[in-house]
Design a protein around this ligand. Structure first.
Ligand SMILES: Cc1cc2nc3c(=O)[nH]c(=O)nc-3n(C[C@H](O)[C@H](O)[C@H](O)COP(=O)(O)O)c2cc1C
Length: 179
């Protein structure tokens, strides 16, 4: 019963959601939270439940260009936005490209993202691409992807950390604890 939460985060919001998910899962087993740039192949192979999340950029997953855009935005924010200490390095899109195709072997997995509040049609959501890549790599996507919301200033809305913990305790625990 070992869950691995792999996250990408520029401003720390997705990182905070990953930690909140971990706090919801932890009473039920072992949980590791690891930045996508630091996760090792052994950690991925050893996990029997994989949770993957990242920020929504330009309606989907981040790219090298959008990550640079995020850094520039932080630089112009007068210190309001701070780049997550672990943000440097690869994003989820790059990570999936080097992950072997049949890595998952049917292991249960779920996707989440952070995105700006507003209609999904206008914002897009990174978790759609994450879930598709998990499936392509042989994982069994066992819950509907979930988005956690930030305001237009890139700060988590009130209550989103609690909602993340509750999502882990409800939608995810049954899949996790059953292993
Ligand atoms: C370059 C860039 C593009 C973005 N594009 C979108 C978008 O298309 N849709 C959306 O909902 N939010 C968008 N956002 C807001 C991000 O989703 C938000 O910054 C992110 O959820 C914060 O997560 P993080 O703190 O983990 O980086 C964008 C942010 C940046 C910096």
């Amino acid at each position: 019963m070992r869950a691995l939460i792999v996250f990408e985060s520029m401003y720390g919001n997705t990182h905070a959601i990953a930690d909140a998910l971990a706090s919801g899962l932890r009473p039920h087993g072992e949980v590791e939270v690891v930045h996508v740039g630091k996760v090792t192949p052994a950690q991925v192979v050893d996990a029997d439940f994989l949770v993957v999340g990242g920020p929504t950029h330009v309606h989907g997953m981040t790219s090298t260009t959008t990550r640079k855009g995020a850094v520039d935005t932080a630089g112009n924010s007068g210190g309001v936005l701070v780049i997550d200490p672990e943000a440097a390095g690869i994003g989820l899109r790059d990570w999936f490209e080097v992950l072997p195709d049949v890595q998952g072997h049917g292991t249960p997995a779920v996707a989440f993202d952070t995105r700006t509040e507003g209609p999904l049609l206008l914002t897009g959501h990174a978790s759609k691409g994450i879930a598709a890549r998990l499936a392509k790599h042989g994982y069994s996507v066992v819950a509907k992807p979930e988005s956690f919301l930030v305001d237009k200033g890139n700060h988590l809305l009130d209550g989103e950390l609690d909602r993340a913990k509750a999502w882990a305790q409800t939608a995810l625990v049954s899949r996790f604890a059953a292993r």
